[in-house]
Every structure is written in C-alpha cells, then in structure tokens.
Design a protein around this ligand. Structure first.
Ligand code: ADP
Ligand code: MG
Length: 248
C-alpha cells in the first residue's frame, strides 16, 4: 500500500507557542481517518499545514511520495502548487463566494485553470450537485441556502478539481444539529467510494462508523491512535478516556 500522506516530526510554533510538537502519521490510499481531540490541541493547524495554509517550523510532509517540505525546507513554489492541487479542503464555515451562484462557486477554479472545456466543467458541476442532492440549487446564491446545503455545496466544490485527498475541518460544527446528518451522509458516501480523507470532527458516532482509523490529539501531540474500536471501546490513555467521557 502506498502512503498518500506521510508526516514526520511536524513542528509548528506561533511565536513561542508550540502548537504541534513532532507530530508523525501516515495516511494510506483509500483510508478514512478521523482526528479527534480537545479544542486548541492543534487539529486545524495540522490540517492546514498539509495544504500549505500554514508554514510549518520543522519536520517533513510528503504528499503522494512528493516532498512538500522536507526537514523544514519547503519545495519550490511551483512544486508546492502542484502537490497541494491534489488535495481538497472543506472548512467549518463553508467559505463559499457569496457573489457567485452555487454553480459559479463550483466552476470558478476549474474555469480559471482552463485545463478542460467549459462544457466538461459544466457537466461535472451538474453531476457533483446531483451527487450531493442539490441539482435544483445550481442557480441560487449561497445566502438562500441552509447551512447543511452550503456545506454540501462546499464539498461538491472541493470535488471539482478531482482531488486524490479530501480534508475536512469540523465540517458540521457550524450546523444546527438537525442539519448535520445530510452533510455526514455525503462524507460517508465518499468514504465508501474509497476517497482518501482526513476528517477532524466532534461527531464521535460518525468517527466510529466511518473511520478506518482514529487519531487522538492533545496539546499538540498525537497521544493515541488506532481503530475506532480500540479508541472508543478500549482507550489506553487516561487523556483519551477523559476526553471521550466529556464528549458523550
Ligand atoms: P484545534 O483545531 O485543535 O482547536 P488549532 O490548530 O486551531 O486547534 O489551534 C492550536 C493552538 O494554536 C491554539 O492554542 C490556538 O490558539 C493557536 N493558534 C492557531 N492559529 C494561530 C495563529 N494564527 N496565531 C497564533 N496562534 C494560533
Ligand atoms: Mg480547529
């Protein structure tokens, strides 16, 4: 099996605050990995580092065997763009462009890249909107959508560039509880289609059902990882047990 993501000794500081302390993990092709842990433990910073939204202070990140950063030294700008283009990211707050329709949100990046015809791009946006159950919302502006619909648009948009890896940063944390299900169903379907993904989530039931592996982070470190059964039913660390007892 090949490593889609290989992180070793990742360190990140903001000033003198050490947010990530030698974090190491691998993600294999087709794996769905859930990252759980207390607020402030560095989950978002870790995810953002993978797509170069944060510059790390030390360590290495390989994406599909290519070095994004190796022993703290970044690849060239062109290589960084090429490597990170294989990843899509979905944020807690959707980050849709408010002045573009749903279709416009999906098509903006591929149209700017001009790697394929407008016809192909339009066909794919229609397909992806159907896939997330929003075919009829193509010409609507984001302001007219519910939070759950916005997040499904954001997922479809992330899929427009045919990513090999999807990263989700608490995709349901900004949603009313009754809207989380529709978003989690879409993510679950992608996992079942063997999309390689990392999902930072507070939805423990979802992590248990969907993840192949669960990583627990606390205070900038991975303190425990394993199968959902190992983490949820037989946690080895007191910190994991404490966290899980507060979450449920
Ligand atoms: P999590 O996603 O697990 O809640 P974060 O990665 O968002 O954790 O944050 C980890 C720590 O890094 C927190 O203490 C947070 O305040 C700090 N942090 C995050 N981003 C910045 C930043 N841009 N500048 C300074 N500190 C930051
Ligand atoms: Mg976060």
């Amino acid at each position: 099996m090949s490593n889609m993501i290989e992180v070793s000794d990742l360190q990140k500081s903001f000033g003198n605050l050490d947010v990530l302390k030698k974090v190491s993990f691998n993600i294999q092709a087709g794996e769905a990995v859930a990252v759980i842990g207390p607020s402030g433990s560095g989950k978002s910073t870790m995810l953002r580092s993978l797509v170069h939204l944060e510059e790390i202070t030390g360590g290495s990140i390989f994406i599909q065997e290519k070095p994004l950063v190796e022993n703290g030294k970044y690849a060239s700008g062109a290589s960084i763009r090429e490597i990170t283009a294989s990843m899509g990211m979905v944020f807690q707050h959707f980050n849709l462009f408010p002045h573009l329709t749903v279709r416009g949100n999906l098509e903006l990046a591929p149209r700017m890249l001009k790697r394929e015809s407008v016809k192909e791009i339009m066909a794919r946006s229609e397909n992806l909107l159907s896939k997330v159950g929003l075919a009829e919302k193509a010409d609507v502006y984001p302001a007219k959508l519910s939070g759950g619909q916005k997040q499904r648009v954001a997922i479809a948009r992330a899929l427009m560039l045919n990513p090999d890896i999807l990263l989700f940063d608490e995709p349901t944390s900004a949603l009313d509880p009754e809207l989380t299900g529709e978003v989690l169903r879409v993510i679950r379907q992608l996992a079942e289609e063997n999309m390689t993904m990392i999902v930072v989530t507070h939805e423990m039931n979802f992590a248990r059902d969907v993840a192949d592996r669960v990583i627990f982070m606390d205070k900038g470190e991975i303190t425990e990882s394993g199968t959902p059964e190992q983490i949820f039913d037989h946690p080895q660390q007191e910190r994991t047990r404490m966290f899980l007892s507060q979450e449920s």
